[in-house]
Write a protein that binds this ligand. Sequence first.
Ligand SMILES: [Zn+2]
Ligand SMILES: [Zn+2]
Length: 244
Amino acid sequence: MSIKDCWEAFLDLIFPPKCLVCHVPLEARDNYQLCPSCLSGITFIKPPFCTLCGMPFKSQDSLDHLCGECLTSKRYFTKARSVGFYEGTLLKAIHLFKYHRKIHLALPLGYMLSDSVSQLFHMEWVDLLIPVPLHHRRLRERGFNQALLLARILKKRYNKTLATRVLRRWRWTEPQVNLSEKARKNNVKGSFVISNHMTVKEKNILLLDDVYTTGATINECGRTLLKAGANKVYVLTLARSVRV
Ligand SMILES: [Zn+2]
Ligand SMILES: [Zn+2]
Protein backbone atom coordinates (compact mmCIF):
# COMPACT_ATOMS: atom_id res chain seq x y z
CA MET A 1 0.00 0.00 0.00
CA SER A 2 1.45 3.37 -1.06
CA ILE A 3 1.61 6.41 1.22
CA LYS A 4 -1.21 7.97 -0.85
CA ASP A 5 -3.41 4.86 -0.36
CA CYS A 6 -2.70 4.87 3.40
CA TRP A 7 -3.55 8.55 3.63
CA GLU A 8 -6.81 8.03 1.71
CA ALA A 9 -7.75 5.05 3.92
CA PHE A 10 -7.07 7.22 6.97
CA LEU A 11 -9.21 10.05 5.53
CA ASP A 12 -12.05 7.63 4.79
CA LEU A 13 -11.95 6.49 8.41
CA ILE A 14 -12.05 10.01 9.86
CA PHE A 15 -14.31 11.51 7.19
CA PRO A 16 -16.29 8.68 5.58
CA PRO A 17 -17.02 9.63 1.95
CA LYS A 18 -20.47 11.04 1.37
CA CYS A 19 -22.37 12.05 -1.75
CA LEU A 20 -21.61 15.75 -2.25
CA VAL A 21 -25.20 16.52 -3.25
CA CYS A 22 -27.48 14.35 -1.05
CA HIS A 23 -24.91 13.32 1.62
CA VAL A 24 -25.66 9.58 1.67
CA PRO A 25 -22.57 7.52 2.61
CA LEU A 26 -20.53 6.30 -0.36
CA GLU A 27 -18.73 2.99 -0.60
CA ALA A 28 -15.62 4.58 -2.07
CA ARG A 29 -14.19 8.00 -2.77
CA ASP A 30 -13.95 8.69 -6.52
CA ASN A 31 -13.51 11.76 -8.71
CA TYR A 32 -17.19 12.68 -8.80
CA GLN A 33 -18.18 11.79 -5.22
CA LEU A 34 -21.82 11.33 -6.19
CA CYS A 35 -24.09 8.44 -5.18
CA PRO A 36 -25.58 6.26 -7.98
CA SER A 37 -28.95 7.98 -7.58
CA CYS A 38 -27.49 11.51 -7.97
CA LEU A 39 -25.29 10.36 -10.84
CA SER A 40 -28.32 8.99 -12.67
CA GLY A 41 -29.98 12.40 -12.13
CA ILE A 42 -27.58 13.98 -14.63
CA THR A 43 -28.81 14.09 -18.22
CA PHE A 44 -25.85 14.35 -20.55
CA ILE A 45 -26.48 16.23 -23.80
CA LYS A 46 -26.38 14.01 -26.84
CA PRO A 47 -26.97 14.68 -30.56
CA PRO A 48 -28.95 15.85 -32.37
CA PHE A 49 -28.10 19.44 -31.52
CA CYS A 50 -27.44 22.77 -33.20
CA THR A 51 -24.08 22.54 -34.95
CA LEU A 52 -23.26 26.07 -33.83
CA CYS A 53 -24.64 26.80 -30.35
CA GLY A 54 -25.12 23.19 -29.21
CA MET A 55 -28.83 23.60 -28.38
CA PRO A 56 -30.20 20.04 -28.12
CA PHE A 57 -33.19 19.19 -30.31
CA LYS A 58 -36.17 17.30 -28.93
CA SER A 59 -36.71 15.07 -31.94
CA GLN A 60 -34.29 12.17 -31.93
CA ASP A 61 -35.00 11.58 -35.62
CA SER A 62 -33.46 14.79 -36.93
CA LEU A 63 -29.82 15.27 -37.89
CA ASP A 64 -27.60 18.01 -36.46
CA HIS A 65 -28.48 21.37 -38.05
CA LEU A 66 -28.59 25.08 -37.22
CA CYS A 67 -31.24 26.13 -34.69
CA GLY A 68 -33.66 28.97 -35.43
CA GLU A 69 -31.78 31.42 -33.22
CA CYS A 70 -28.43 30.71 -34.87
CA LEU A 71 -30.05 31.25 -38.28
CA THR A 72 -31.34 34.68 -37.30
CA SER A 73 -28.86 36.04 -34.71
CA LYS A 74 -25.16 36.71 -35.06
CA ARG A 75 -23.01 34.36 -33.00
CA TYR A 76 -19.53 35.50 -32.08
CA PHE A 77 -18.23 31.99 -31.53
CA THR A 78 -17.48 29.01 -33.76
CA LYS A 79 -18.94 26.25 -31.64
CA ALA A 80 -20.55 26.05 -28.20
CA ARG A 81 -21.09 22.79 -26.31
CA SER A 82 -22.31 21.85 -22.85
CA VAL A 83 -21.94 18.67 -20.84
CA GLY A 84 -25.45 18.24 -19.41
CA PHE A 85 -28.88 19.80 -19.03
CA TYR A 86 -29.23 22.45 -16.33
CA GLU A 87 -31.67 20.41 -14.27
CA GLY A 88 -31.69 17.61 -11.66
CA THR A 89 -28.37 16.83 -10.02
CA LEU A 90 -26.34 19.23 -12.17
CA LEU A 91 -28.59 22.15 -11.22
CA LYS A 92 -28.45 21.19 -7.53
CA ALA A 93 -24.67 20.78 -7.60
CA ILE A 94 -24.11 24.09 -9.42
CA HIS A 95 -26.41 25.91 -6.97
CA LEU A 96 -24.57 24.41 -3.97
CA PHE A 97 -21.25 25.33 -5.55
CA LYS A 98 -22.14 28.87 -6.58
CA TYR A 99 -24.72 30.16 -4.14
CA HIS A 100 -23.99 28.11 -1.02
CA ARG A 101 -20.20 28.36 -1.28
CA LYS A 102 -19.60 24.61 -1.44
CA ILE A 103 -16.31 25.27 -3.17
CA HIS A 104 -15.16 21.66 -2.84
CA LEU A 105 -17.72 20.88 -5.59
CA ALA A 106 -15.36 22.62 -8.04
CA LEU A 107 -13.33 19.43 -8.16
CA PRO A 108 -16.01 16.88 -9.18
CA LEU A 109 -17.70 19.40 -11.49
CA GLY A 110 -14.33 20.25 -13.04
CA TYR A 111 -13.59 16.54 -13.55
CA MET A 112 -16.97 16.11 -15.21
CA LEU A 113 -16.20 18.99 -17.56
CA SER A 114 -12.72 17.77 -18.40
CA ASP A 115 -13.84 14.14 -18.82
CA SER A 116 -16.46 15.23 -21.37
CA VAL A 117 -14.41 17.76 -23.30
CA SER A 118 -12.71 15.23 -25.57
CA GLN A 119 -16.13 14.20 -26.96
CA LEU A 120 -17.09 17.80 -27.60
CA PHE A 121 -13.91 19.46 -28.91
CA HIS A 122 -10.44 18.66 -30.11
CA MET A 123 -8.36 20.24 -27.39
CA GLU A 124 -5.47 20.55 -29.85
CA TRP A 125 -7.55 23.30 -31.54
CA VAL A 126 -7.27 25.38 -28.39
CA ASP A 127 -4.41 27.79 -27.58
CA LEU A 128 -5.84 29.56 -24.59
CA LEU A 129 -8.45 28.96 -21.88
CA ILE A 130 -10.41 31.98 -20.70
CA PRO A 131 -13.08 31.78 -17.96
CA VAL A 132 -16.02 34.18 -18.26
CA PRO A 133 -15.06 36.88 -15.75
CA LEU A 134 -17.18 38.28 -12.94
CA HIS A 135 -17.42 41.98 -12.14
CA HIS A 136 -15.18 42.74 -9.15
CA ARG A 137 -18.25 43.61 -7.07
CA ARG A 138 -19.78 40.17 -7.77
CA LEU A 139 -16.41 38.53 -7.11
CA ARG A 140 -16.27 40.24 -3.71
CA GLU A 141 -19.81 39.10 -2.88
CA ARG A 142 -19.24 35.49 -3.95
CA GLY A 143 -15.60 35.18 -2.99
CA PHE A 144 -14.62 33.17 -6.08
CA ASN A 145 -15.28 32.90 -9.80
CA GLN A 146 -16.88 29.51 -10.47
CA ALA A 147 -15.77 29.55 -14.12
CA LEU A 148 -12.14 30.09 -13.10
CA LEU A 149 -12.19 27.17 -10.63
CA LEU A 150 -13.53 24.88 -13.38
CA ALA A 151 -11.00 26.23 -15.90
CA ARG A 152 -8.11 25.42 -13.54
CA ILE A 153 -8.97 21.72 -13.63
CA LEU A 154 -9.09 21.77 -17.42
CA LYS A 155 -5.75 23.59 -17.55
CA LYS A 156 -4.15 20.93 -15.39
CA ARG A 157 -5.62 18.02 -17.33
CA TYR A 158 -4.75 19.36 -20.80
CA ASN A 159 -1.70 21.45 -19.96
CA LYS A 160 -3.13 24.61 -21.56
CA THR A 161 -2.44 28.25 -20.85
CA LEU A 162 -5.10 29.85 -18.69
CA ALA A 163 -5.54 33.61 -19.10
CA THR A 164 -7.35 34.96 -16.06
CA ARG A 165 -6.94 38.71 -16.38
CA VAL A 166 -7.07 39.41 -20.08
CA LEU A 167 -10.87 39.48 -20.45
CA ARG A 168 -12.38 41.81 -17.88
CA ARG A 169 -15.91 42.67 -16.94
CA TRP A 170 -15.67 46.36 -16.29
CA ARG A 171 -19.34 47.35 -16.29
CA TRP A 172 -21.71 46.20 -13.55
CA THR A 173 -24.84 44.48 -14.88
CA GLU A 174 -27.93 43.56 -12.93
CA PRO A 175 -28.68 39.81 -12.63
CA GLN A 176 -30.20 38.63 -15.92
CA VAL A 177 -32.57 36.02 -14.51
CA ASN A 178 -35.82 37.89 -15.15
CA LEU A 179 -34.81 39.61 -18.37
CA SER A 180 -36.02 38.76 -21.88
CA GLU A 181 -33.44 37.66 -24.39
CA LYS A 182 -33.37 41.08 -26.07
CA ALA A 183 -33.01 42.82 -22.70
CA ARG A 184 -30.16 40.44 -21.79
CA LYS A 185 -28.32 41.35 -24.97
CA ASN A 186 -28.64 45.07 -24.24
CA ASN A 187 -27.79 44.52 -20.58
CA VAL A 188 -24.39 42.94 -21.33
CA LYS A 189 -23.46 45.02 -24.39
CA GLY A 190 -20.08 46.66 -23.86
CA SER A 191 -19.59 44.99 -20.45
CA PHE A 192 -16.23 43.40 -21.29
CA VAL A 193 -12.82 44.80 -22.18
CA ILE A 194 -9.51 43.24 -23.15
CA SER A 195 -6.58 44.31 -21.02
CA ASN A 196 -3.88 43.04 -23.39
CA HIS A 197 -4.70 42.52 -27.06
CA MET A 198 -1.42 40.69 -27.73
CA THR A 199 -2.47 37.81 -25.43
CA VAL A 200 -5.51 36.98 -27.55
CA LYS A 201 -4.32 38.06 -31.01
CA GLU A 202 -4.67 35.22 -33.55
CA LYS A 203 -5.35 32.73 -30.74
CA ASN A 204 -7.98 30.00 -30.71
CA ILE A 205 -9.74 30.50 -27.42
CA LEU A 206 -11.88 28.18 -25.33
CA LEU A 207 -14.25 30.30 -23.28
CA LEU A 208 -15.51 28.55 -20.14
CA ASP A 209 -18.49 29.06 -17.91
CA ASP A 210 -20.71 27.02 -15.61
CA VAL A 211 -24.06 27.57 -17.37
CA TYR A 212 -25.15 28.61 -20.88
CA THR A 213 -28.53 30.26 -20.51
CA THR A 214 -29.47 32.44 -23.50
CA GLY A 215 -25.84 32.80 -24.56
CA ALA A 216 -26.05 36.64 -24.33
CA THR A 217 -23.07 36.94 -21.93
CA ILE A 218 -21.01 34.37 -23.80
CA ASN A 219 -21.78 36.00 -27.15
CA GLU A 220 -20.68 39.38 -25.83
CA CYS A 221 -17.41 37.83 -24.53
CA GLY A 222 -16.92 36.28 -27.99
CA ARG A 223 -17.58 39.61 -29.72
CA THR A 224 -15.04 41.35 -27.46
CA LEU A 225 -12.38 38.67 -28.06
CA LEU A 226 -12.85 38.59 -31.85
CA LYS A 227 -12.77 42.41 -32.02
CA ALA A 228 -9.45 42.28 -30.15
CA GLY A 229 -8.00 39.97 -32.84
CA ALA A 230 -8.72 36.44 -31.56
CA ASN A 231 -8.81 33.89 -34.38
CA LYS A 232 -11.61 31.64 -33.11
CA VAL A 233 -13.73 31.43 -29.98
CA TYR A 234 -15.07 28.08 -28.80
CA VAL A 235 -17.40 27.83 -25.81
CA LEU A 236 -17.70 25.10 -23.21
CA THR A 237 -20.08 25.11 -20.28
CA LEU A 238 -20.92 22.49 -17.73
CA ALA A 239 -24.67 22.93 -18.07
CA ARG A 240 -27.14 24.12 -20.66
CA SER A 241 -30.41 25.74 -19.77
CA VAL A 242 -33.03 24.68 -22.30
CA ARG A 243 -36.20 26.74 -22.53
CA VAL A 244 -39.41 24.91 -23.26
ZN1 LIG B 1 -26.50 11.60 -3.82
ZN1 LIG C 1 -27.98 27.27 -32.37
